[in-house]
Design a binder for this molecule. Sequence first.
Ligand SMILES: Nc1ncnc2c1ncn2[C@@H]1O[C@H](COP(=O)(O)OP(=O)(O)OP(=O)(O)O)[C@@H](O)[C@H]1O
Ligand SMILES: [Mg+2]
Length: 412
Amino acid sequence: MTNGHGVMISLGTLQSSELQKIRVASAYLFSLDHAKDDVFIESLDMPMVKKAFRAKAKRYHPDHCRDTAPDDIRKRNERFVKVEEAYRVLRSYLPESDSTCGTEAERERRIIAVGGAKGGIGKSIFSANLAVFLAGQGKKVVAVDLDLGGANLHLYLGETFLKGSINDYLQKRVPTLDDIAVPSRYGPLLLGGDSSQLGASNIGFSQKLKLVKAIKQMDADYTILDLGGDTSFNVIDFFLMADRRVVLTTCDPASYLEAYSFIKVALCRRLNRLFGIESELRKRKDALLETIIEEFIQSQMGSKVRPICELLSEVTEKLPGRVDVLRDAIGRFSPLLLVNRVGNRCNVRQVVKRLQDVSRKVLSVNLSYLGALPQQAEIEMSARSLVPVMTSHPDSVFARDMKVLAENLIMN
Ligand SMILES: Nc1ncnc2c1ncn2[C@@H]1O[C@H](COP(=O)(O)OP(=O)(O)OP(=O)(O)O)[C@@H](O)[C@H]1O
Ligand SMILES: [Mg+2]
């Protein structure tokens, strides 16, 4: 039997030694709880295994721990070897079947969210141009304007008229997202927004879930979510639902301080919703762990900075069997940092290092650096002429750097 991604494991056909190997591998790549769960093991597929492997490899890869104590480095190396072995084991039971490999069913779909707490830093410019670039590579791309209070992605994609908007879908004026989708002239399919409607940006949690579900069901290789410039629940929840989470900043202190706040708020929301109805862990709800997390996050809201490692220590002490779940959630959060509007006087290395250091120390988050894009005069011209710069100036430095960055992003 397959689940649409490839061959699945059938427990009934395995010898007990094989099942044991699979459980051990699942414990390394997922968690102990997952390893004990027969339903979970039977639902494993290659995209899940690859994703988990990437996350663990990122966490334990020897190259990612240069400034750690030698003893820690040794432990990480040992863990990395186990993770690689676990990946090899699960892969051997989940061959990528010839009949589905490379077909519609097998295709890995990705949702990429573009956030960053500040307005005017280039989230929409980046989203539009990323979408145009990927569409130019022959991919099916959907660009979604989730800046519900300040929708303008359509303009950056050259569309001045929308036959409908996400708000029409949310207000049930149209039954499906296909009814509002516009094939934009530069390639991506566009789901535009209309912030001129009263209350456009105030949507409830169930509406958000409905929208997210419908977006996930769209036929696309890549779905790009352009988010608003704040840390409201809407923005953060859309950010968290993505597979790739890009945080944009510029070199301005106001911008990178907001980028840090954004990462922090998003992590807190993720932990607060660890067992929420939208979470894959909802069936493993642990009331005590939930309370510990909630109280910790409440205490964070005060003026005292409490690093997340204190939460990990508390859970290790009170619920040692559950600390892996928490570590895993933090490990998989993995935002990617992008510095935009880089000019001559911008010290990108310093900005990136500051953000990475504080994210690691305070949030225990590994903030990966995705890349930088230059301040480019042509962007303003392209914004005025409603032609994405990837099309109007394909040889510009911005377009060149954008290609490298987009490739990194989809390989990541
Ligand atoms: N790399 C760049 N070089 C030059 N100008 C840029 C660059 N990126 C963005 N801009 C300029 O910044 C303006 C704001 O960009 P954009 O609308 O993408 O910001 P935003 O982060 O989406 O803001 P908001 O949160 O308000 O939606 C654009 O009109 C554009 O002129
Ligand atoms: Mg925008």
